[in-house]
Each structure stands twice: as structure tokens, then as C-alpha cells.
Design a protein around this ligand. Structure first.
Ligand SMILES: Cc1ncc(COP(=O)(O)O)c(C=O)c1O
Length: 303
């Protein structure tokens, strides 16, 4: 991991190596915190954060699910994110806001535990590190929507993603794919999924998955490109007979799926529709598309 200078912690900028917590921090034991994953990209007008408002909205939504009252406003958190990027002088970075129950209270009910907020940024290249990935359907399924709140980014929920990732790595695949409790295609450990069939895009409908902000961007881009897009239940058979398939996510960006278990998809190549969407998305994140400039929050480097 590439270290930078400062981490924002409860309103202060702390040296990277001094942003530490006590071993009896509540969230470290029970996973009751919430977090976000955001990216800033290089543009001709300096670094810009992609869809900052939507990520901060989701962070506050996740916090509300955990009954956490955030002691900063959304405007303050947005400013803190932009400030942390500026102070660390990074041109492109991943951004990790984390809200967690701190030290001073143990036992599962976190009421009265102190609330802490951290924002770390660091340069982080493409998450899966490959243009085309192999995918294995995991033996683990996504939690039932009544077992947790599937559209919130709760730290502890990611144990499910970790288990699936460990399982498929042992089998020699690049990434896992999890089904939902009904046996339909759900999502990756940290990515949404799209398939292309006969020129049209399909993605699992909301309910048992995280409503990805990249997923939303891709749906909007596809509509603007006049590519049909439908949110529906997708079976494993439909997935394996797709013409193209790709993952989307802030960390993974758009990542082509070349194989699912033993089934090769589109000769392990980037398909025509995926290419079109990827080009439009790449332009959008780098500020080369007027249409999507509303999705960017620029960092004022001279502040
Ligand atoms: C389980 C899961 N699904 C999908 C995504 C993609 O969401 P986004 O595009 O908002 O990063 C993520 C990443 O946050 C995730 O953790």
C-alpha cells in the first residue's frame, strides 16, 4: 500500500503513521462500522472526485442504518474529503471514509460507544489488476435481505465477501461471483455485474445487492448511448450464455469477465458494447465529457 502524509480523523489531519486506535475499539471486534469507497481522477483541471455527493449520501444512509448520528454535516464531510486529497497532493486516489464505534464500550449493543470518523486516501490502481478476469461462482451466497441491510456498506457484512474471495483464489480464479438467496446472479464481493445479450444490457435488480454508484452511472451512460438496459433477475444459465459480461465498481471500475467457471465468454475479449460503455465511462471520470461534468467535484489546489 502506498502511504501518503495525512489521514483525516474526527476533524483533524493526523500523520499517516499516527492515525491509530485502541485494540478494544468496538468495530474492530464486531464489524458495526460503515464505510465508503470513492475515487478521484486526474482531469485537465486537476483531480476531481467522481460522484462525491452520491457517495456521501450513501455513507450517511449506511450510518443511519446502524443508528449512528454523524457529528459532521454532509457538507463538512465532502469538504474534508476534498481537503484530504489536496493536503496529500495526490493526482488520483482511492478514498476511504470510515465511521466506526470506538473504544470504551464492549458487548454487541454499541449504544454509547464513541463515534469516530476517518478519511484516508491513497493511490490505488485497478482493483483486480487485469483487463479480463476469470470468475468462479462461490459456494457462499449473498445474505438474505432480511439477515442484514444489503444496500448499506456495513463493515461486518464484508465477511461474506472475504469468505468468497478466499474460496475462489484457492481454486485459481481472479474473482468470485455470489448468487442471491433465490439462486439468481447477485454480485461480486465488491462489484455489481452486467451482461450483454443480443445488444442489450441486463443487470440484477435491486433487493439483495448493493446499489452501486458505478452501476447507476453505467445505466445512465447506456441509456444516453441508446443501448437498451434492463434490471431483472438473471439466472446462471442466462449469465453463462451471455455475449459479454463485466463487473462494475468504484475500486474495480469496469472489468471484463472472460470466463465463468468453465464457460468462456466472448473468447475472453472485450465485447463491442462493453467497449463503447467503457470508453464513455473513462471519458466521464476524467472530465472529458461535458454531459457528465456534473458528476465531478474538482479539488482547488490553490486553496
Ligand atoms: C458488495 C458490493 N457490490 C457492489 C459494489 C459497487 O458499488 P460502487 O459502484 O458504488 O462502488 C461494491 C462497492 O462498493 C460492493 O462492495
Amino acid at each position: 500500500m502506498e502511504e501518503v502524509k495525512k489521514i483525516w480523523l474526527n476533524g483533524e489531519l493526523v500523520d499517516w503513521n499516527k492515525a491509530n486506535v485502541h485494540l478494544l475499539t468496538h468495530t474492530l471486534h464486531y464489524g458495526g462500522g460503515v464505510f465508503e469507497g470513492i475515487r478521484a481522477y486526474k482531469t485537465k483541471n486537476g483531480p476531481a472526485v467522481f460522484r462525491l455527493q452520491e457517495h456521501v449520501d450513501r455513507l450517511f444512509y449506511s450510518a443511519s442504518v446502524m443508528d449512528i448520528k454523524v457529528h459532521f454535516s454532509k457538507e463538512e464531510i465532502k469538504k474534508a474529503i476534498l481537503d484530504t486529497i489536496r493536503i496529500n497532493e495526490v493526482e488520483e486516489c482511492y478514498i476511504r471514509p470510515l465511521i466506526f464505534f470506538g473504544y470504551g464500550k464492549m458487548g454487541l449493543n454499541p449504544t454509547d460507544a464513541p463515534i469516530n470518523i476517518a478519511i484516508a486516501v491513497w493511490p490505488w490502481s485497478a482493483y483486480l489488476g487485469k483487463e479480463v478476469v476469470s470468475v468462479k461462482i462461490s459456494k457462499y451466497i449473498r445474505p438474505h435481505p432480511k439477515s442484514t441491510v444489503t444496500d448499506a456498506k456495513i463493515c461486518g457484512s464484508y465477511a461474506n465477501s472475504i469468505l468468497a474471495s478466499l474460496e475462489i483464489k484457492k481454486a485459481g480464479f481472479d474473482e468470485a461471483l455470489l448468487l442471491d438467496y433465490q439462486g439468481y446472479v447477485a454480485e461480486g464481493p465488491g462489484e455489481n455485474i452486467f451482461i450483454v445479450k443480443d445488444g442489450k444490457l441486463f443487470t440484477p435488480k435491486l433487493g439483495a445487492i448493493l446499489g452501486g454508484i458505478t452501476r447507476d452511472s453505467i445505466i445512465q451512460i447506456a441509456k444516453d448511448l441508446k443501448i437498451g438496459v434492463e434490471e431483472k433477475n438473471i439466472t446462471v444459465e442466462e449469465l453463462k450464455s451471455a455475449d459479454e459480461a463485466f463487473f462494475t465498481g468504484t475500486a474495480a471500475e469496469i472489468c471484463v469477465i472472460g470466463r465463468i467457471d468453465d464457460t468462456v465468454i466472448n473468447n475472453e475479449k472485450t465485447g463491442i458494447i462493453t467497449k463503447k460503455i467503457k470508453e464513455a465511462y473513462t471519458k466521464a471520470i476524467h472530465g472529458e465529457s461535458e454531459k457528465y461534468s456534473r458528476w465531478l467535484s474538482h479539488i482547488n489546489l490553490t486553496e
